[in-house]
Design a protein around this ligand. Structure first.
Ligand code: PRP
Ligand code: URA
Length: 214
């Protein structure tokens, strides 16, 4: 039994997601394909994470008659990638919600301590009125994501949903224990962290694989 609040963990394990995830893990997957897969997985996750968006009635005229249809009731969204790797998920989410604003949180992990080091923050001014979708493909120790959540809370955000692609139990516990208001979406829960705080079996360094820097 997990020792965290599993009701706030949503594993998006549709067969298409599992298939694409295997391609993503493969060390021989080239940069271009890796980037496309991250975008596609972000779409699947976004679809799940936004399934409770409020709707309102709207009149629409079909070629045959007038009817009452539904449309999204003007809910304001902000997509917040954690740089760098989170950038890879932004286009997928913008395909779902093209009008969303995008904020940026720059953070990297110190190679020795594995603690996040913050170097940039630019958020929409009205972040406290928006549903915040924080995106980062990897949830390892949870240091980066908890720092991002802390930032957003400090800026007044109340509805925070986090989307990762590969997570591990340690990071999930840290994030869910840190914040009882956060919903966490991931495509898979991997086994463990290695001594360098990399996820096993994982997919390696997501930022390097998205941007082709190694
Ligand atoms: C990676 C990843 C997360 C973080 C996860 O970023 O994209 O932000 O590590 O690790 P954590 O859960 O232990 O904090 P990294 O620091 O490698 O920076 P990058 O995206 O610029 O490559
Ligand atoms: N960051 C990554 O990119 N990969 C990991 O496995 C852990 C942190």
């Amino acid at each position: 039994m997990p020792d965290y609040d599993a009701s706030r963990l949503h594993v998006v394990d549709h067969p298409l997601v599992q298939h694409k995830l295997t391609l993503l893990r493969d060390r021989n997957t080239p940069t271009k394909d890796f980037r496309e897969l991250v975008t596609e997985l972000a779409i699947f996750e976004g679809y799940e994470a936004l399934r409770d968006l409020p709707l309102e009635d709207v009149q629409v005229e079909t070629p045959l008659e007038v009817m009452t249809g539904k449309r999204i009731a003007g809910k304001k969204l902000a997509i917040i990638p954690i740089l760098r790797a989170g950038l890879g998920m932004v286009d997928g989410l913008l395909k779902l919600v093209p009008t969303a604003r995008v904020g940026h949180l720059g953070m990297y992990r110190d190679e020795e301590t594995h603690n996040p080091v913050s170097y940039y923050c630019k958020l929409p001014e009205d972040i406290n009125q928006r549903t915040c979708i924080v995106v980062d493909p990897m949830l390892a120790t949870g240091g980066s994501l908890t720092a991002a959540i802390q930032f957003l809370r400090g800026a007044g955000a109340r509805d925070i949903r986090c989307l990762t692609i590969v997570s591990c139990p340690e990071g999930i516990k840290n994030v869910l224990d840190f914040s009882d208001y956060v919903q966490l979406y991931t495509c898979v829960v991997d086994r463990e962290l290695n001594q360098n705080a990399y996820i096993l079996p994982g997919l390696g360094d997501a930022g390097d694989r998205i941007f082709g820097t190694r």
